[in-house]
Design a protein around this ligand. Sequence first.
Ligand code: ZN
Length: 165
Amino acid sequence: MAILPIRKYPDPVVREATRPVERIDKEIKALAKSMIETMYDAPGVGLAANQIGVQKSVIVIDIDEKPHTLINPDIVWKSEETEVGEEGCLSLIPEVHIPIERAAKIKVSALDKRGRLFEMTADGLLARALQHEIDHLQGVLIIDRATDEERKKALRQMAVLFSVP
Ligand code: ZN
């Protein structure tokens, strides 16, 4: 595996929930490696496995110039404080940026590439990226979290671009 094509909305694969990884084997390690290469190539700051057509609960993130691989990530705590920030998505068109309200700080538990359980506390852009990618694993996109008005605007932007021959 290497750099793989990113699946775009309305491809049903990005709308379906992924399944937890049961065994961390060579295949999962290769998947994580390909996901990191694909994320850097895009370029993006995060990628979920279903964005490359694999229905497994794996995400990769790089906010701070070191790639993180999270297998079966789970948000175990969220701050009540929220922040609104603009988000784009590699599975939408680059022109779409939607203001999304997210928890300002979160704690995530996940397995690493060696199958060890770890916890990660995040705020700022890292917290936002983690929540965005974990949403992907449930088939949730930013257009689902947008206000009606923002969603309509985004769908209009995409419709216009898709209809251009
Ligand atoms: Zn995305």
